[in-house]
Ligand binder design. Structure first.
Ligand code: HEC
Length: 483
């Protein structure tokens, strides 16, 4: 009698132990649902293990009915008792997978109906596993109920997994390549997309939407709306994101979306993010022309006459303009200096692209360890550096001349450095500079006339300096200063 009582209380103890995190999960999912905002780096890091962890409960749950059924055969009776243990593992792993899933969704900017369904079915799946476990402990008379619960659990697991697959692989990942005949048999529509694409008779549908589809949907469509921005329909594009409208019809200058795709690729705000393939010059031009033509949804395709065709323009940009032999020759001249610097600063110096001998240098990764003397060592390649980031390094105004020697700079970032007006004054001859970031430095409004004189400058980032957002600006800097 005693041992069985003891076993019972052990089962109950496990049930209680598992119930606590499940209740906690319900609270998290209800009180802190994923809302499409990105946050909490740790949670996001941990959450990324969700897609790996989900395979555990899938395997364990599937194994339970296999053990139960096989155990009915007299040759395999010994299998049945182990079903209990496997069910316990299934419960624990389902709780773990659901918790990681919540971390991923809550911190990694997931939201939308698909996500909500997947999340809830994951939480209920963990609950069902526990219910099966409890029912299995009361087998006498309850075997039928247990079998039903187990079948439901397997069904729910399949559904949860399918929804998860849709989240990561796309909504039609299972049916995308289904042959037409089978599709007919199952009475599925020929078109599997949930949001139908816009008409290709319009400029927006034929030229603009495909650009977003190719470059932006991974982060800005139904299942992931980073910054609450969706680009998969005209209505959501025009609605904008967390910070309001991203397209101002007829006004390229104040269209946030256009600003982001035309920044230097090293800028934090640059889109597409995370080193995804940048838009081609032709694609940027198409978006520019479209916004200038009032960003209309209905404007016919032929209405914009001088629009570059994506194919010819792409060829022009990527092939015809590049003379690989000349690039190789130019690189050969630089090679010894580049190699030496790459050894001194691993991973900080690189060519801007495969088709160029221009260089990018990013010292911000070294932080305070990077000083004036280090910057001076870039002298041999100075006039090949087109993108430079010295943010948060220990450089001071002593580096002014060395920076000014980088005559072809297009993007320069000096965020949170000790530089002052003196350095900015020395930049007056950087006639290629398009973007200057002096955020968080001790610079003053006295630099504005110098910056205004830079012929190609498009953006000056002047937040957290003594330059005030509401102070009058030189006419040449209108709409170019960002705080
Ligand atoms: C790898 C993911 C990723 C890709 C791809 C991506 N974005 Fe983003 N986008 C983000 C994140 C994350 C944010 C929010 C952080 C920020 O503001 O920089 C964001 C924010 C934005 C915003 C600001 C919205 C607001 O109101 O705050 C715009 C506009 C934008 N993206 C446009 C685009 C465009 C256009 C593309 C395609 C050319 C694109 N993004 C591709 C991740 C991405």
């Amino acid at each position: 009698m005693t041992p069985s009582l003891d076993r019972l209380s052990q089962r109950n103890r496990f049930a209680l132990l598992a119930l606590t995190p499940i209740l906690l999960l319900f609270i998290l999912v209800i009180a802190f649902p994923p809302d499409g905002s990105e946050r909490a780096q740790w949670a996001q890091f941990i959450g990324r293990f969700h897609p790996i962890a989900v395979h555990l409960p899938i395997a364990f749950i599937l194994l339970v009915p296999v053990l139960e059924l096989a155990g009915r055969n007299s040759r395999f009776v010994y299998l049945r008792p182990s079903a209990d243990f496997v069910l316990g593992l299934a419960t624990v792993s389902a709780i773990l997978a659901a918790s990681l899933g919540w971390c991923l969704a809550r911190s990694g900017a997931y939201s939308g109906p698909l996500m909500t369904q997947h999340m809830w079915s994951g939480v209920w799946l963990a609950t069902m596993c526990l219910l099966c476990w409890v029912l299995r402990g009361r087998l006498t008379g309850g075997e039928f109920v247990y079998s039903i619960a187990l079948a439901l659990t397997v069904g729910l697991m399949t559904w949860t997994g399918y929804r998860g697959g849709q989240l990561s692989q796309g909504e039609d990942h299972l049916t995308e390549f289904m042959p037409g005949a089978l599709r007919k048999l199952l009475m599925m529509s020929a078109e599997t997309r949930i949001v139908s694409p816009p008409s290709t008779a319009t400029f927006y549908g034929a030229r603009i939407h495909p650009i977003f589809e190719q470059h932006c949907f991974t982060c800005h469509s139904a299942n992931k709306h980073k910054s609450n921005l969706r680009l998969d329909s005209y209505a959501s594009l025009m609605r904008g994101g967390k910070h309001g409208m991203v397209i101002k019809p007829g006004n390229i200058q104040s269209s946030e979306l256009f600003r982001r795709i035309t920044l230097p690729a090293t800028d934090d705000d640059y889109m597409p993010k995370e080193n995804k393939k940048p838009l081609s010059a032709a694609e940027v031009k198409l978006i520019e022309l479209w916004i200038a033509a009032d960003a209309s949804a209905t404007l016919p395709l032929e209405a914009i006459k001088d629009a570059p065709s994506p194919t010819t323009a792409a060829a022009e940009v990527t092939f015809e303009k590049v003379d690989f032999a000349a690039v190789a020759k130019e690189r050969a001249g630089l090679a010894p200096a580049v190699a030496q610097l790459q050894k001194r600063f691993p991973n900080l110096l690189d060519y801007e692209s495969r088709a160029s001998a221009d260089l990018m240098f990013n010292a911000s990764l070294l932080g305070e360890k990077f000083e004036d003397a280090d910057l001076a060592s870039l002298a041999p390649v100075a006039d090949h550096i087109v993108i430079a980031d010295f943010s948060r390094t220990a450089i001071t105004d002593h580096s002014a001349a060395a920076i000014a020697a980088m005559k072809r700079l297009r993007s320069l970032r000096l965020v949170h450095t000790k530089i002052t007006d003196a350095t900015v004054h020395s930049l007056s001859r950087l006639d290629q500079l398009e973007s200057l970031n002096i955020f968080g430095t001790r610079t003053t409004p006295a630099v504005l006339p110098i910056v205004a004189g830079l012929p190609k400058l498009r953006h000056l980032y002047a937040g957290e300096t003594t330059i005030r957002a509401d102070a009058p600006l030189p006419a040449a800097l209108k709409d170019k200063v960002l705080f």
